[in-house]
Design a protein around this ligand. Sequence first.
Ligand SMILES: Nc1ncnc2c1ncn2[C@@H]1O[C@H](COP(=O)(O)OP(=O)(O)OP(=O)(O)O)[C@@H](O)[C@H]1O
Ligand SMILES: [Mg+2]
Length: 405
Amino acid sequence: MARGVAATGRDWAAVFTRGAVGSARVQLEQLTKRYGDLVAVDALSLDIAPGEFLTLLGPSGSGKTTTLMMLAGFEYPTTGRIAIDGSDVTFRPPHKRDIGVVFQSYALFPHLTVFDNIAFPLSVRGYGKEEIRTRVEAALELVQLGGQGRRMPRQLSGGMQQRVALARAIVFGPRLLLMDEPLGALDRKLRESMQLEIKRIQQSLGTTVLYVTHDQDEALTMSDRIAVMNHGRIVQIGTAAELYERPADEFVAGFLGECNFLPGTVQAFDAASRQAHVGLANGTIVAAPVANGVVPAGAVTLGVRPERCLIREGPGPDAPLIGRVQQVAYLGDAVKLYVAVEGGAETVVVKQLNREGLRVPQRGEVVHIGWASADARLFPRAVAAERSRPLAATPATGERVDHGV
Ligand SMILES: Nc1ncnc2c1ncn2[C@@H]1O[C@H](COP(=O)(O)OP(=O)(O)OP(=O)(O)O)[C@@H](O)[C@H]1O
Ligand SMILES: [Mg+2]
């Protein structure tokens, strides 16, 4: 299927971009934004390929919106440079950048019909009446609101208003679309269907998208690449699978998905197999692959994801931890066990798919926990301050257990 031709067979890109190449290359170079003493964005560099869907993912206050605002032209950087298709736009005003923007609040004009809302960016650009009608009707069709142009925003559901905002952002054929938490106000089901819809529209138009969210599932579903941000910087950038399977550090491992973190000390390193032998707090020694250029020496944190943990009936070399089940959380599609591990202060979370015949241990039962050594990740032991994982579902505090899950 050629780019621009959606499943309906209509060439949407031809309607909105008049055959011009519909996607921009974006380069952010050493972008810094200071507000007084506060560094909101810290020497951030990013290269977005034409037609790429790139997501900034990070906790509250990590600098996502500020980055987007600088690219849109609503904020100017303190230092650094922004280029779109090779031209420097760092200090160009927003309306001269031809970027479509969708914010978290739909920001529709309440006194204008749906049609006039979507027509607005065309009117200000001086498009003729006939061209406006063609484009607005096509945009309505693309967001599956065909025939709804005469309604007022207040007569629409949240998801419909969101789609109007999207139609308004794409109707003038921008080569770059910025979206800041556009689905934040929607319920889960609507969010999920809008995620697929935005992706479908982006694929049929070929537009480059920079998307902002703090919802990891949304980032995983939609993105070609994800940039994980913390404290104004990009901590790691890559595909969803790269970030999930090979997180650069504890922050990424804990932010993208859930992860158990066990303190340990490297006892030996086998250069041939590139495996480290790590002593855990309870005295057992486990093997773990060495990657990400981690120097296999001294204090480390071993990370293992809950769904990679296995429950064993008895002790064994593949079940190095022993502990007592503190809480069993029934999630429907899976069961989560919170296990207080002997010989360490850690609570380990084990997640098992809820299959026919699954034996779920009871609260208070003693279990043995293991994992395939290939599923373990080693991180240099983080300093105390960096270990705070604001939004990560970390089991380490035991708080969720005490309050019942
Ligand atoms: N206009 C401003 N004046 C002063 N500080 C600001 C301003 N805008 C943002 N900040 C600060 O910059 C930092 C980054 O804010 P930003 O809005 O970019 O975060 P964010 O990642 O979008 O967070 P959220 O997920 O909560 O939307 C925060 O500490 C914020 O308080
Ligand atoms: Mg924000």
